[in-house]
Design a protein around this ligand. Structure first.
Ligand code: NAD
Ligand code: MN
Length: 510
């Protein structure tokens, strides 16, 4: 069964569900005005899944105008408590539909279902409740000036916000932005990544069922240079929040100047993990393996540079290989035991392979492929699989040490002392995440202060929490998401000056 606006999908488990395929504008699925379509692909099999409408610039204009009108006429009058109630209702629907949402991301993004995809939904659930609880707590400030004057400041929503999300966490990245923007009282136009539009369109149905008014949330599938660019250039959009590559982030910052849009950019990373000789080595190994192989390494904070102190270098590499071999399972995303799936697409697969080729054949680096439980990418030739790989003794100047590979590939290198570790760790255009392993608390905190990155993990890696802010230093981005910052970023402050002085009245009293 397949209509123009939906398609019956058979999951690899044999279950069937109805996938919406239109654009979600004003709480309805509608066709695009363009004939251009997106065809989604299952990265585990390279087989097409379904065809979806892609939004044209004209569709973007329509969605933005609907969002603008909804903001002006209705949504700006909805109270914080009511917005919180709607988000609570949404969280209940996410909980009800957790399995199907996770299955869609497993199918469309190749995420291991039982681990990664379900973890994503767990995080989304937690953050939806967190933001629901904050929706009625955006209070202001009272500033006394003099006997006859005071100022009060209020946090107002921005208006219409445009959200542009990537494919590595299709529903989670959307939720980091969407739930915060709604809690703060904005209306939204959101664009999914062209590879992974399916889960967000399914989610659109939950938005409607939760009772959000028509026009508060508009969801578009579409291509970056067409749909995304039309959003960034639209004068009725007051803010763009983007997650994706640094290259596109730069373009967005330029294009957003049309109406001096507020921008939040969450871009790439090349996050270092630094292991001192006094660290608990087994713990460091566990976290670093997780930090580079989880989600097939397609994480903006992946610890893709691993710096190990001389004295424990060989032991670390030995333990790292053993741990990785024994604790990961490469394979079919729908098998319960799988923990490493394919990478997202043919293009991305080729891009990672070209880095591997460059590392071993051009730079002649020492490459170690780690076959989890004996299996490698060769066992899954039909999908976009990459065998977890480390390069050792990688020089700081290596292309592989400097550029974001965004796959299950780590560069390991040696350092001799604290100063050298900091110098190498900071020698990057990026500054998103970082991790330090040591039992010495002074060393740990000194490292945390000196490291130029938005997140520092001490004795762990990549275990972010929705209650803490997240974002980049340097070319990893601008602005913060999650935590209270994840709501404030969708507000602006208005200062209201109140003068109580009245000369006439004073004279009359005399
Ligand atoms: P991308 O930056 O091209 O895409 C991210 C989003 O931006 C998508 O929704 C895309 O449609 C949109 N987009 C693309 N061009 C646009 C434009 N001109 N105007 C407005 N929106 C536009 O990322 P990608 O090509 O999917 O991935 C390439 C690299 O980006 C990856 O290899 C990785 O290095 C990085 N990346 C980082 C993250 C992250 O979490 N920080 C996520 C995905 C990708
Ligand atoms: Mn405006």
């Amino acid at each position: 069964m397949s209509s123009d606006l939906s398609s019956e999908i058979t999951l690899p488990t044999g279950e069937k569900y109805i996938q919406p395929t239109g654009l979600f504008i004003n709480n309805e699925f509608v066709p695009s005005t363009s004939s251009k379509k997106i065809i989604t692909v299952n990265p585990a099999t390279a087989q097409p899944i379904c065809e979806l409408h892609a939004a044209s610039a004209q569709d973007v204009d329509r969605a933005v105008k609907v969002a603008h009108e909804t903001f002006e006429k209705t949504w700006s009058k909805v109270t914080g408590s009511e917005r919180g109630e709607l988000l609570i209702k949404l969280s209940q629907l996410i909980e009800r539909d957790a399995e199907i949402l996770a299955k869609i991301d497993a199918l469309n993004a190749g995420k291991p279902y039982a681990t990664n995809a379900m973890n994503d939904i767990g995080q989304i659930l937690e953050l939806t409740k967190f933001y629901a609880g904050y929706a009625d707590k955006l209070d202001g400030k009272y500033i006394p000036i003099s006997e006859n004057k005071f100022v009060y400041e209020i946090n107002e929503p921005l208006g219409v916000v445009g959200l542009i999300v990537p494919w590595n966490y299709p529903l989670a990245m959307a939720s980091w932005k969407l739930q915060g923007a709604l809690a703060a009282g904005n209306t939204v136009v959101i664009k999914s990544a062209e590879n992974t539009p399916m889960s967000l369109l399914y989610f659109a149905q939950l938005i409607k069922e939760a009772g959000f008014p028509p026009g508060a949330v508009n969801i578009l599938s579409g291509f970056g240079p067409i749909t995304g660019s039309a959003m960034v250039g639209h004068e009725l959009i007051d803010k763009i929040s983007f997650t994706g590559s640094t290259g596109v982030g730069k373009l967005i910052q330029q294009q957003a100047s049309v109406n001096l849009k507020n921008v939040t950019l969450e871009c790439g990373g090349k996050s270092p993990a630094v292991i001192f000789k006094d660290a608990n080595l087994s713990e460091a190994v566990k976290w670093c393996s997780l930090g580079i192989f989880y989600n097939s390494g397609q994480n903006c904070t992946a610890n893709s540079r691993i710096l190990v102190q001389d004295e424990v270098y060989d032991e670390f590499i030995q333990k790292f290989q053993e741990y990785t071999k024994e604790n990961w399972v490469l394979g079919d995303p729908f098998k319960d035991e799988t923990t490493v799936g394919p990478v997202i697409s043919k293009t991305h697969h080729e891009r990672i392979l070209s880095y591997l080729n460059h590392g071993s054949n051009v730079e002649k680096l020492n490459k170690i492929e780690i076959a989890p439980l004996g299996s490698t990418a060769q066992d899954y030739p039909q999908g976009y699989y990459i065998t977890p790989t480390i390069f050792t003794d990688v020089p700081v100047t290596s292309k592989l040490f400097q550029e974001e590979i965004f796959g299950p590939v780590a560069c390991v290198t040696k350092f001799s002392d604290f100063e050298e570790a900091i110098k190498i760790a900071n020698s990057s255009i990026y500054g998103l995440g970082s991790a330090v392993f040591t039992k010495n608390i002074k060393k740990a905190h000194r490292f945390a202060r000196m490291l130029k990155a938005g997140t520092v993990w001490i004795n762990s890696s990549n275990d972010e929490d929705i209650k803490a802010s997240f974002g980049g230093y340097k070319m990893s981005g601008v602005g913060r998401e999650m935590g209270l910052e994840g709501i404030k970023t969708y507000t602006q402050i208005k200062a209201i000056h109140v003068n109580l002085d009245d000369e006439e009245e004073e004279k009359a009293k005399l």
